[in-house]
Design a protein around this ligand. Structure first.
Ligand SMILES: [Zn+2]
Length: 275
């Protein structure tokens, strides 16, 4: 399994020289399962635009592209209208929400509303691709890899979903937009147990978290604590605050590495081999 970060920013995209090294696009990660040469996409933040352009340039070799959503806050869907494969006639695109108990009654409505004519010139049904909408359960498979989803605390329990992919003997866990509201969440530690790679929200410094409790995100120290308790091999911290420029994030990364040596901050364009 190989992952690539196309967007690592939380809340809103940013641009400017001071954000060049970590990147300004919002959350989007591609997950390549090499055995079958298929990619799945996690979240459609603004980073998905570049990923879509790359897929089209490579002349898409996969008949179905699945996009999994941790939740539907703006920073995780705002790139969707600019995803080039969605404009290819007969391209199949699966839009997946995770966790059957989720109170999303009409998944299609989320996207058709986002693209209604007052907001966007092309409506969902006119894009061209064939969309399918799935409510994934707690345990499923994706391109043959086992997928497990857990309800996270993000303003409320189930406000977002974290997931784990087990593929033969390697495992990837992604928990973004997660808050450890009443101390480290045992469910997240359990989900991440022994993972090869844990990608975890770390939007705030410990000091910032004190004034952002209840906002739905973690501090980098909490991400490190989860990594330690779960005994993961590698930790990648993501969902960088839009107010944190490259120099600021360099210092955060330095501190993270002191606390957990095999740790780095996610950067746009970064590729990581899992396992
Ligand atoms: Zn977010």
């Amino acid at each position: 399994m190989k992952i690539k970060f196309y967007g690592v920013r939380g809340s809103i995209p940013v641009c400017g020289r001071e954000y060049e090294r970590y990147g300004g696009n919002t959350t989007c990660i591609s997950i390549l399962r090499e055995q079958v040469n298929r990619i799945a996409i996690l979240d459609a933040g603004t980073g998905i635009r570049i990923l879509g352009n790359e897929l089209v340039a490579k002349k898409l070799s996969q008949s179905v592209i699945n996009i999994m959503f941790t939740h539907f806050h703006w920073d995780h869907i705002q790139g969707f209208p600019f995803f080039a494969p969605a404009y290819i006639r007969n391209q199949h695109i699966g839009l997946l929400t995770m966790g059957k108990k989720r109170k999303i009654k009409n998944l299609k409505e989320i996207f058709s509303m986002q693209m209604q004519k007052e907001f966007f010139p092309v409506q969902l049904d006119k894009m061209g691709a064939n969309f399918e909408f799935f409510h994934y359960g707690i345990k499923e498979t994706i391109y043959g890899a086992k997928l497990k989803a857990v309800a996270q605390y993000h303003k409320f329990r189930g406000g977002s979903f974290g997931f784990r992919l087990d593929d033969d003997d390697v495992s990837l866990v992604v928990c973004t937009d997660v808050e450890h509201y009443r101390g480290i969440d045992k469910k997240i530690v359990e989900l991440a147990m022994g993972a090869d790679v844990l990608v975890h929200d770390g939007q705030y410094t410990p000091d910032e978290y004190k004034t952002h409790k209840g906002w739905g995100h973690s501090s980098w120290t909490q991400a490190v604590e989860v990594a330690k308790r779960a005994g993961v091999k590698k930790l990648i911290i993501t969902h960088h605050d839009p107010d944190h420029d490259d120099d600021f994030l360099d210092v955060v990364e330095e501190n993270c590495k002191k606390a957990f040596p095999n740790c780095e901050l996610a950067k746009e364009g970064m590729e990581v081999k899992v396992g």
